[in-house]
Design a binder for this molecule. Structure first.
Ligand code: ZN
Length: 247
């Protein structure tokens, strides 16, 4: 079974379509939240994901765009984009975003995975971006593996030995791989629609459950087209510029 794990798409339909074209047929698509927010195509991005049968969890931007209180904690640009997005989605999409679960557990032949946007103990807000935070979260999920988004950086945390609670962290390079073993791990696929690791290409993760391998991938997309779509609807200029820098 081949599973694509996508996170932080952020209404960037050009990036999502480039990823979907690059992965080809897969058995499942798992989403780690922030489908919307920041970008220019909230309605069509949700429609595309529903059409391909993707399942997943809610992020802080999904909650905010659906009308939730997360918006109170956003910075000015995030809030502007979320308020704009609220006016551009259908009732059906609003209900879909509001109803997304915050934690999902999926069983596979390679082991069980907990899916969250932020962290297992704080599913839409906490950033798992250090070995300390990752190890603090080991007790908050009951599966061997946890998939997180939110930081927009492709990351892998893994215990140094089976049963251990000391974790090693690595920022995963394009085409990086990890064998899924009896050592617990927290994996971040990076961001499809707004990468922040200095590489502007869309980032995603594939899980091959037969081989028990997770692999990270990058794909170029038409950044200028997304930037033009954002400018056309008056989204904040810093959000437009950062796509080209991958920051
Ligand atoms: Zn995000």
């Amino acid at each position: 079974m081949l599973i694509a794990v996508l996170s932080d798409i952020h209404s960037n339909l050009a990036a999502l379509d480039a990823v979907l074209a690059s992965i080809g047929p897969v058995d499942a698509i798992w989403l780690l939240g922030d489908i919307v927010g920041y970008g220019p195509e909230p309605e069509r991005t949700v429609a595309r994901l529903r059409a391909v049968g993707a399942i997943g969890v809610q992020g802080n931007h999904d909650d905010a765009v659906a009308g939730g209180e997360s918006i109170e904690l956003f910075n000015a640009d995030g809030r502007t984009a979320a308020e704009w997005s609220r006016t551009r989605i259908s009732d059906k999409t609003r209900e879909y975003l509001a109803a997304l679960p915050r934690v999902l557990v999926k069983e596979t032949t390679a082991g069980a995975f907990t899916l969250v946007h932020g962290s297992p103990r704080d599913p839409i807000w906490e950033y798992v971006d250090s070995p300390y935070v990752a190890s603090e979260n080991l007790a908050a999920f009951g599966t061997g593996f946890c998939l997180v988004g939110h930081s927009h950086i492709p990351l892998a945390f893994r215990t140094r030995r089976a049963g251990g609670d000391s974790l090693r962290m690595r920022i995963v390079e394009p085409e990086g791989r990890m064998q899924l073993t009896d050592r617990r791990a927290i994996l971040n696929p990076g961001s499809v629609g707004q990468p922040r690791d200095g590489n502007p290409d869309a980032s995603f993760l594939l899980i091959d459950t037969d081989a028990a391998v997770a692999s990270w991938h990058r794909v170029a997309y038409d950044i200028v087209a997304t930037q033009a779509a954002m400018a056309a609807v008056g989204l904040p200029s810093d959000l437009i510029r950062r796509l080209a820098r991958g920051r």
